[in-house]
Write a new protein. Structure first.
Ligand code: AMP
Length: 573
């Protein structure tokens, strides 16, 4: 297999070399060094590489070199798992082929109108990049003619399998002409991918980049063991005290991207969620916000994040651990790009700690344990930061008008200036209180400590049925429950509190668990979870006990709160 160290050593058309130069690529990446030669020589290629390694150019450059722009019709077909990836690949190929006269690239994906796509296809686009379902539709409709195809590429094949596209892929590959060259790129090589490769590639060359090359030494890996502090609090504390450019947070489900990003927003972070349920316009808007810096914390699932090429990710936080060590490598590879350093942090529950050694093996790196700041440290941090902000304002901002106002207010209201300053400070710290509530005490050393009530309301991945809340729900017979209801006994609540009962229009049928309710109330009402009494979960509604005489402002806030995406509909009974 011929490898090369400069692009000019390749027999690439002048127009393509110009494109590469304009893109600023001065030397080929390892996957390009290995894949371009065989692809130019007409071989089928099985490429083991992930996004970020330069794999698009690894197949894009040789594919473009083969395209005859005087001929109209699809000559290169790229199948990608998500709209983002399809768009990104198409844009990338368009840039590489910028100086190829007459080159047209069509991007086709679901969720968008057929009309413009058909127009591009009928117009004779030589490069067609698309997602499996929509490509299959176009083939079926006869709007995508593959008879002139020279090369087909399955990009991120493992991800397409994860997303359940196996049949679509098989259909597409069966529609590809026998004599067309084929390439399959995948970040991981599970058995199913090998099978597909065997079925659709002929005498293929397997190119891979060694894990050591993949793993970048400039990524620091850290782990935090989840104990008494909830994952949400830990995340907030890390984000608040860390100097990050862009943080990418990985969660397990689409729903979690929404709940966690909403939560972070409510705490004042510039956060957004990205998931496959969002429509194209929404996803593009998020990506633009990321690029513009108006979003600096992105909460995503593996699937969506894969198709995303956002530069400047300084931190990757594994809020939930991935399903396999290979995905971990993939995730943390989103930072530390282009020679910059990056930090990867993972949250591991005690029972997940054994995975750390596997991640270390896989990355050939070391993961050091870290602590998140305690409540006391956070209080000290906030006080210091606040003092510094105010001192900076005094030093650098013209405050004359404000000073006059303050004097006037003090005189007119006959209030002491110190009291006024204190009131302002009080008001200013409402969303992020200066004094952080004490962390719960570890319960028993040996036992895995469960989240305190009101802790990780979004963490639905905790071992089911074992946390206090869940146990409460399961042992309904011991709690004060009605038939068919799941109750959370009010163990640990303050015995001196008198309660009122409130009805919520959210119940088990909405997927709500006691933890969700406690979490929502504790967070939205800024209330200590010990102030929350019994919870009874029914199908469509539930009951919760809250202290008598709750201030109207808190009640109003709780009425506006959402639990499992449902309006709480809280009313006193
Ligand atoms: P990919 O793995 O194809 O998603 O590429 C990841 C990023 O690397 C993209 O932003 C590419 O533009 C960039 N890239 C690809 N090849 C090279 C190269 N040879 N030199 C520098 N950057 C590259």
């Amino acid at each position: 297999m011929s490898e090369f160290t400069t692009f000019s050593a390749l027999e690439l058309p002048e127009a393509i070399l110009r494109g590469i130069t304009e893109l600023g690529y001065d030397k080929p990446t390892p996957i390009q060094q290995r894949a371009i030669g065989p692809l130019l020589a007409g071989r089928d290629v099985l490429g083991e590489a992930q996004t970020g390694t330069g794999k698009t150019a690894a197949f894009g450059l040789p594919a473009l070199a083969n395209i005859d722009t005087t001929v109209r019709g699809a000559q290169l077909l790229v199948v990608a798992p998500t709209r983002e990836l399809a768009i990104q690949v198409a844009e990338s190929i368009e840039q590489m082929g910028k100086f190829m006269r007459g080159l047209t690239v069509a991007t086709v994906y679901g969720g968008a109108a057929y009309g413009p796509q058909i127009k591009l296809l009928k117009g004779g686009a030589q490069v067609v990049v698309g997602t499996p379902g929509r490509l299959m539709d176009h083939i079926n409709k006869g709007t995508l003619d593959l008879s002139k195809l020279k090369m087909s590429v399955l990009d991120e094949a493992d991800e397409m399998l994860n997303m359940g596209f196996v049949e679509d892929i098989e259909f597409i590959m069966e529609s590809v002409p026998k004599d067309a060259q084929r390439a399959l790129f995948s970040a991981t090589m599970p058995q199913q991918i090998r099978k597909i490769a065997q079925k659709f590639l002929t005498d293929s060359v397997h190119v891979a980049i060694e894990k050591t090359q993949e793993h970048k030494a400039n990524i620091t890996q850290k782990a935090w063991k989840v104990t008494v502090i909830s994952k949400n609090s830990a995340l907030e504390r890390i984000l608040e005290t860390t100097d990050y450019n862009l943080a990418l947070i990985f969660v397990r489900t689409r729903q979690d991207t929404i709940t966690l990003s909403d939560h972070l927003q409510s705490k004042g972070f510039k956060a957004a969620g990205l998931n496959g349920d969002m429509n194209q316009a929404q996803r593009e808007a998020t990506v633009s916000q990321l690029k513009a810096g108006t979003v600096r914390v992105l909460v995503a699932t593996d699937v969506v994040a894969r198709g995303l090429d956002v530069p400047g990710v300084s931190h990757v936080i594994n809020y939930d651990l991935p399903n396999d060590p290979e995905s971990y490598v993939h995730r943390i590879g989103r930072t530390g790009r282009a020679g910059r350093s990056g930090e990867a942090i993972l949250f591991a529950r005690p029972r997940e700690m054994h995975l750390l050694r596997r991640y270390e093996r896989e990355t050939k790196g070391t993961i050091e344990m870290m602590e998140v700041p305690t409540a006391r440290e956070m209080t000290a941090y906030r006080l210091e930061a606040c003092q510094k902000r105010l001192a900076d304002l005094v030093a650098n901002q013209d405050l004359s008008t404000m000073r006059e106002l303050v004097e006037q207010m003090a005189n007119e209201g006959a209030v002491d200036m110190k009291d006024l300053a204190a009131a302002l400070l009080f008001e200013q710290q409402q969303t992020r209180p200066l004094f952080v509530k004490d962390d719960p005490k570890p319960r028993r050393e040996a036992r895995e400590v469960r989240e305190p009530r009101g802790g990780d309301r979004f963490d639905r991945n905790a071992r089911p049925g074992k946390g206090r809340n869940e146990r409460g729900a399961e042992r309904g017979s011991k709690g004060p429950r009605a038939a068919g209801a799941a109750a959370r006994p009010a163990k640990g609540r303050d015995a001196n509190i008198e309660f009122d009962t409130y009805r919520l229009s959210v119940g088990k049928d909405h997927g709500a668990r006691p933890g969700d309710i406690v979490g929502a109330i504790a967070n939205e009402g800024n209330m200590d979870s010990r102030m929350i009494g019994n919870i009874k979960l029914h199908g469509e509604h539930s009951f919760v006990e809250l202290p008598k005489g709750l201030p109207a402002a808190i009640v109003a806030k709780l009425q506006r709160a959402r639990i499992r995406q449902q309006p709480s509909g809280m009313t006193k009974v």
